[in-house]
Design a protein around this ligand. Structure first.
Ligand SMILES: C[S@@+](CC[C@H](N)C(=O)[O-])C[C@H]1O[C@@H](n2cnc3c(N)ncnc32)[C@H](O)[C@@H]1O
Length: 472
C-alpha cells in the first residue's frame, strides 16, 4: 500500500486550528509536538470522507458544521484502539478482592443491584472482563439486577464489541482459565465469547467530550463503579476535569472511579478521595455506606485549586428535608404537586434508591394521570430495577398519551434491542426519527437532561450503525 508522506503537508496555523477543534469536539489533546499525529489522522480521514487531499479536508472541517458521521470517522482515525482482557491486573485485583465483595455484602440483604460503566470501552475487552469477574463472584447472578454499561465514541469499535469474537492478541495478559471457561474456538482462529456473558453488557454510543451525563435517559446515573482507563490520558487537562466532574455526579455516594495507573492525578480527580490498593490508586466519591477498607491508605485530599466548583445538578438542588418526606404520606392532588413528587423520584433514582424512587413516581402518577413524563420516569426506574416488562408497559402508556414523545420511542427501542427483538427495536427507532425530524435540531427534548433533537437523531443513527450486521 502506498505510504502517504505527511511531514509538513499542512501549515502550522491550520494545525493549530485543527488541534483546538479536536480538543473541543472529541476532547483529545494534540500539542505542537504531536501535530504530525493529527496530520496523519486527518490524512486517513480525508480519504474516507472523500476529500481529494488533506488540506481541503482540514479546511472543510474547520469551516462547516460537522455531521455526526464525519465526527465519528475523524475520531476513529485520531483515537487509540489498544485494549485487551484483564488489562492492568492490579485494578482488577482491587475490584475482585475489595470493591466488589464490599458492594455485594452491602447489597445482599437489600436491593440486589450493581451498576458498572466502562467509559471508552473500545472493542469490549474491558466490560467483558468485568462481566466474567462478576460471573465468578456472584453464583446466583439471576437473583441480582446487574447493569454493565459500555460506551465509546467509535461505532466501529462498538460493533466489534457487540459481536464478541476476538483474536489471540486480546488474551495476551489474561489468565488461561478465561479463554477455557468463557470462549469457544472458531474455525477462523478467533474465539467467540459465551453468549451468556455477552448479553450482560449493554453497548451504547457516547462522546465523553460532548454528551450530557449523568442522565436517566442514557442510563449513566447511579453508577457504583466507573472504569475509564487509558482514555483521559489523551484528553486536555480541562476536558479531563470536566469529565471527572460529570463522573462524580454519575456515581452514587461511596462509588468508585477507576482510571489507569498512568492517569492517576490527585489534582485532576480532586472531588474524589484517592485510595491506595496494592499496585493501584482508585478514586472514591464521599458518602454511601461506611467503607470496610481500613487496611488501605486514604491519601490526603488534593488542594482544590485546579478543579472548578461542581455546578449543582438541577436534581441536587432539592433540599434533603424534602427528600426525607415519608413515602407513606397521602398523595397530593394537583399537577404542580405531581411535578414536585416526580422531582423527588428523580433525586432518589439518581442516587440509586430505586425502591423509594418508584414509590414517589407512583404518587406523581396518582396525582396527575395524564402526564406522559411521569410514565417515562417510572419506565426508567423499572428498567433499572430489572423489571423490563413493567418498563415496556410504562413506555407504551407514555406513548399512548403523547405519540410524539421521542425519548419514549428511543427507550422502547433500546429495551427491545436488549431483548434481542431487533425488528421491533428498529420500528421504535424509526418512529423516534420521524418525530425528531419534525423538530429543530437544537431543540432540547423534554425529560432529557439537556439532550437536543439533533443529537438524539445522531445517537439513534449510531445505535443502528453499531448493531452487528444481520447474517441471514
Ligand atoms: C486506548 S482505548 C482504552 C480501552 C479500554 N478502556 C482499556 O483501557 O483497555 C481508548 C478508547 O477511548 C475511546 N475514546 C476516545 N475519545 C473518546 C470520547 N471523546 N468519547 C468516548 N470515547 C472516546 C476510543 O474510541 C477508544 O476506544
Amino acid at each position: 500500500m502506498l505510504e502517504v508522506d505527511v511531514r509538513g503537508a499542512l501549515p502550522d496555523p491550520l494545525l493549530a486550528g485543527l488541534s483546538e477543534f479536536v480538543a473541543l469536539r472529541i476532547g483529545l489533546h494534540f500539542p505542537p509536538e504531536r501535530w504530525r499525529d493529527i496530520e496523519r489522522g486527518i490524512t486517513a480521514a480525508a480519504r474516507e470522507l472523500g476529500f481529494p487531499d488533506v488540506e481541503t479536508c482540514a479546511r472543510a472541517l474547520l469551516s462547516a458544521p460537522l455531521t455526526q458521521a464525519q465526527l465519528e470517522v475523524l475520531a476513529s482515525h485520531l483515537t487509540v484502539g489498544e485494549t485487551y482482557f484483564f488489562r492492568e491486573k492490579k485494578s482488577f485485583e482491587a475490584l475482585e478482592e475489595h470493591i466488589l465483595p464490599e458492594l455485594l455484602r452491602a447489597r445482599r440483604g437489600a436491593e440486589r443491584r450493581l451498576r458498572i460503566w466502562s467509559a471508552g470501552c473500545c472493542t469490549g475487552e474491558e466490560p467483558y472482563s468485568v462481566a466474567m469477574l462478576l460471573d465468578r463472584l456472584i453464583p446466583d447472578a439471576e437473583a441480582w439486577n446487574i447493569t454493565i454499561l459500555a460506551t465509546d465514541i467509535n461505532p466501529r469499535f462498538l460493533r466489534k464489541a457487540a459481536e464478541g469474537a476476538y483474536g489471540e492478541w486480546s488474551f495476551r495478559d489474561a489468565p488461561g482459565w478465561i479463554r477455557e471457561r468463557y470462549f469457544k474456538a472458531r474455525r477462523d482462529g478467533r474465539f467467540e465469547l459465551d453468549p451468556r456473558i455477552r448479553k450482560r453488557v449493554t453497548f451504547f454510543h457516547l462522546n465523553l467530550a460532548d454528551d450530557v451525563y449523568p442522565s436517566l435517559s442514557s442510563n449513566t446515573n447511579a453508577m457504583d463503579v466507573i472504569l475509564c482507563r487509558n482514555v483521559l490520558m489523551y484528553f486536555t487537562a480541562e476536558r479531563t476535569q470536566r469529565v471527572a466532574a460529570n463522573f462524580h455526579r454519575s456515581l452514587v455516594g461511596g462509588g468508585w472511579l477507576i482510571v489507569s495507573p498512568a492517569e492517576t492525578s490527585n489534582a485532576l480527580f480532586s472531588p474524589f478521595s484517592a485510595v491506595q490498593f496494592p499496585g493501584a490508586v482508585l478514586y472514591r466519591k464521599a458518602g454511601g455506606a461506611a467503607p470496610q477498607l481500613a487496611a488501605f491508605e486514604h491519601l490526603p485530599p488534593a488542594p482544590r485549586i485546579l478543579f472548578p466548583p461542581e455546578p449543582a445538578a438541577p436534581q441536587a438542588e432539592l433540599p434533603q428535608e424534602t427528600v426525607a418526606v415519608e413515602p407513606g404520606a397521602a398523595p397530593p392532588r394537583t399537577p404542580d404537586d405531581a411535578g414536585e413528587l416526580a422531582r423527588i423520584a428523580r433525586v432518589c433514582a439518581n442516587e440509586g434508591r430505586l425502591g423509594e424512587a418508584s414509590e414517589w413516581c407512583e404518587k406523581a402518577i396518582a396525582a396527575d394521570r395524564l402526564n406522559p413524563a411521569h410514565y417515562y420516569l417510572l419506565a426508567t426506574i423499572r428498567h433499572e430495577q430489572g423489571q423490563v416488562d413493567a418498563a415496556a408497559q410504562s413506555l407504551a402508556r407514555a406513548l399512548y398519551l403523547d405519540a410524539d414523545f421521542a425519548l419514549a420511542h428511543f427507550a422502547l427501542g433500546n429495551l427491545r434491542l436488549s431483548q434481542g427483538r431487533r425488528r421491533e427495536a428498529e420500528r421504535h427507532f424509526t418512529n423516534a426519527l420521524v418525530v425528531l425530524r419534525a423538530r429543530a435540531q437544537d431543540e432540547v427534548l423534554p425529560e432529557s437532561d439537556g439532550l437536543t433533537a439533533g443529537r438524539l437523531a445522531e445517537i439513534i443513527a449510531s445505535v443502528l450503525a453499531s448493531q452487528p450486521r444481520a447474517t441471514a
